[in-house]
Design a protein around this ligand. Structure first.
Ligand code: ZN
Length: 408
């Protein structure tokens, strides 16, 4: 828990600290408890609480009797007073969610295997889906703090541009933020999908183990989010986490980077498709198809595994094992306590791949005599990216610097 300060000019920071304390208190929190946990004076707390009450972000109308002494009145979050919309653009799926201040998904929409060849059309589809969700929710537009787009890197977060994502053909230097802002008349930010999903894990999580974790994001592409000492590691250009060209230790096929044993080369659909055909699986798409066909082909293999085809399941276990090999190397570099697996593809295969991956990571981890690595699946499901986009907006809006603007 961050502590506040009683100096007047840092009021916006105190406001953020107090608001975050109320936000995280599921059963409400009294003013006295706030003073205890934040170290702020009753006067400072009273000033901030008055502003939060005026803005309708919290309410204070419930008393709780617990133990001896007089009943205490608690402050509680007005969770739907502020909502954010998250959009996840994955080559295989576009998801849109509306998230409230508590991190609950109020509404969601999912477009499977969307046509993504024409970026402008795809951005229009995103805007249209957001409008549909807003109408369906009946949420006043004034309550919507903004829209966060989670997308594969590399991207330019400051300028709102997708630079040249490897699995989205034709998305070179594509403006995403400006057109959405124009069409929706809402604030829009762009965030790398792995970083967005890590923000979601931080936002939704409470346990201390989450202060140091790696999020292995497994969608059409693979990336890593890194949270160190409770902070997202962004890198200088907000593009940290590109792990596609880490070595799996096994030769696969020539890669775009000039080597032949990278994760990217091993998990490229054409390579996986060849292996699938070699063990007798029938796919109805070409090995070197467009993004839609590649997504379709991968989902055919996943479906066969779901239906009990052991060759398909074992192929997916082999693929995810390679992701585990790379995760183990990251654990050695960063000495984290936990690896969380998530993303659209992992949501489909995690159930039967998790045990093997856990074993590989812990086997690779050099400091295993000091501590083990907890390996688990994200609880956020296939919408982790979209939830992350929305959490990124909330996070930006509620940071100490922005808190002053929020209650203008
Ligand atoms: Zn490579």
């Amino acid at each position: 828990m961050q502590r506040g300060t009683n100096l007047g000019r840092l009021g916006d920071f105190n406001q953020a600290v107090i608001f975050e304390s109320i936000r995280r208190a599921v059963d409400g929190v009294s003013r006295v408890e706030l003073a205890g946990s934040t170290g702020l004076s009753p006067q400072t707390i009273s000033n901030v609480v008055r502003r939060l009450l005026d803005e309708g972000l919290v309410r204070e109308d419930r008393t709780i009797v617990s133990g001896p002494g007089k009943p205490r009145t608690v402050l509680e979050l007005e969770a739907n007073r502020m909502v954010a919309i998250g959009i996840h653009l994955d080559p295989g799926v576009i998801s849109v969610v509306m998230l409230n201040l508590r991190g609950e998904v109020l509404h969601s929409r999912r477009l499977d295997i969307p046509p993504v060849e024409v970026p402008e059309k795809t951005v229009e589809t995103m805007a249209k889906t957001v409008e549909e969700i807003i109408i369906e929710s009946g949420m006043p537009r004034a309550n919507i703090v903004g829209v966060g787009v989670a997308a594969p890197g590399p991207l330019d977060r400051e300028r709102g541009l997708m630079i040249d994502p490897p699995l989205l053909d034709g998305w070179k230097d594509v403006e995403v933020v400006e057109p959405l802002r124009r069409m929706l008349n809402l604030d829009v930010i762009l965030e790398k999908d792995t970083i967005a999903a890590s923000i979601a894990e931080l936002w939704k999580g409470n346990d201390a183990a989450r202060d140091n974790f790696i999020l292995m994001y497994v969608g059409a592409g693979i990336g890593a989010g890194m949270v160190l000492n409770g902070e997202i590691h962004r890198g200088v250009s907000n593009n940290a986490g590109e792990i596609g060209h880490y070595s799996t230790g096994v030769v696969a096929q020539p890669c775009t980077c000039g080597r032949n044993d990278c994760l990217h080369a091993s998990l490229a659909f054409n390579h996986v498709a060849q292996k699938a055909r070699a063990v007798g699986l029938t796919l109805t798409v070409p090995d070197d198809g467009n993004p839609e066909e590649r997504a379709e082909g991968m989902s055919q293999i996943v479906k066969m595994a779901d239906e009990g085809n052991e060759n398909a399941a074992s192929l997916m276990r082999e693929c995810m094992g390679k992701v585990g090999q790379v995760a183990g190397q990251l654990c050695n570099a960063l000495d984290v306590s936990q690896v969380i697996f998530g993303g659209p593809l992992w949501s489909e295969v995690g159930d039967y791949c998790l045990d093997g991956v856990r074993e590989i990571i812990n086997e690779r981890f050099t400091s295993k005599n000091v501590h083990g690595i907890e390996v688990r699946s994200s609880t956020l499901g296939p919408e982790a990216g979209a939830i992350g986009g929305a959490c990124a907006v909330m996070d930006a809006a509620l940071s100490p610097k922005a808190a002053a603007l929020l209650l203008r």
